[in-house]
Write a protein that binds this ligand. Sequence first.
Ligand SMILES: Cc1ncc(COP(=O)(O)O)c(C=O)c1O
Length: 428
Amino acid sequence: MTTDDLLARRFATIGRHSPLFYDEPVHLVSASGVWLTDDRGRRYLDAYNNVPHVGHAHPRVVDAMCRQAATLNLHTRYLNERVVEYAETLLARFEPQLDRVLFANSGSEANELAFRIAMQHTASRGILVTDFSYHGNTSLLAAATTGLKTHEGLADNVRAFAVPDLDAAAYAGADSDRVRDDALERVDAAIDELRETYGVAAVILESIFSTEGLPRVPDGFVEGVAARVRAAGGLVIGDEVQAGLARTGRHFWGYQRYDLVPDLVTLGKPLGNGHPLAAVVTTDALLEEFGSRNEYFNTFAGNPVSAAVGLEVLRVLDDEALAARSARLGDVIRAELAEVTGAYPTLGPVKGDGLFFGFGVFGDAAHTIPDGARTKAIVEAVKAEGVLLSRIGPTGSVLKIRPPLAITDAEVPILLGALRAAVAAVLG
Ligand SMILES: Cc1ncc(COP(=O)(O)O)c(C=O)c1O
């Protein structure tokens, strides 16, 4: 089976609009740790995928899944200890007031449910999202999507506001507090519009603003948004689908980088290390209110196999001290990357936190012209060096480097070597 044949079969079934990375797609057949293997036996270092959080095909996670699947797998309308044990273990990672969890199968489902809870609690329908963000693919979330190349447009009850990036050329030399206050004025304007129409149900914030391109946000901006939404009667949804589980290094949840505890926290991607597992974590009061009005049931969510997988992911994270590794290796890689970007006037500063980073690529030394085409060329050149990563941001001009937390010291030089070679090949 050649790659061309497989591509033709894919187009003939899944269609041409289902996104595929790279000019020449990678045909992967297996993976282990942070390494992927293609159909020709070529190995790639995975510096992109955040779902296989503790490493691809982690033996302990696979074993926990298989053992539970061979024992019992059912929905949650019967008692099962594994599910309760997982709920207890997961909730122990949160602030005391976040003491209830509802399971789901995807980040989209979790965010949809969080909005349902918020809309019922506030008796309002107004939604605030950040500019160039993505939170999922349900009808509600599709109509609140600002951050995909093609999307259907915002619904009437949705307002988007910009997240300021202190690294942007427009803010060079600007006072950070001033930038924050100006941006918060625009949030006030969006809230005022909603108040007059739909009311304010909730804002959804992804704490690292990954789709936006990892902006360097002024101190107090996130807290300011949350305070304004709450003053308008709305709730705060912290979307931890990407930033959660120590991705940002020093904090287990990305929102803990701010002085903020959301009313609802949504989890997905890394939670099941590839197994479809997601959750909404919230307060007893909100869950009681929602639960008493709605019989919420979800066939596959929180089943014993998912619970066994989720539990093992949390245990592996602890046993292998992956949160500390995320913080330490993140710092190491960031420092080395800063040397790479410092050598090229058209590359912006290193952005991000923990094991999620990138840097902007520009057409000019003043960093006023984002260069998505060159960024794409770098992504392709890194692949030619045997490393997979991607790009983000409104113009696709920020490199997106986000390896599984299982990456080790030995793999760091491979990632950096590939990046150095690729940048040199593209920028000369
Ligand atoms: C921040 C964020 N939230 C939610 C989602 C939706 O998750 P899922 O694809 O599991 O539905 C995504 C997916 O990319 C995401 O990046």
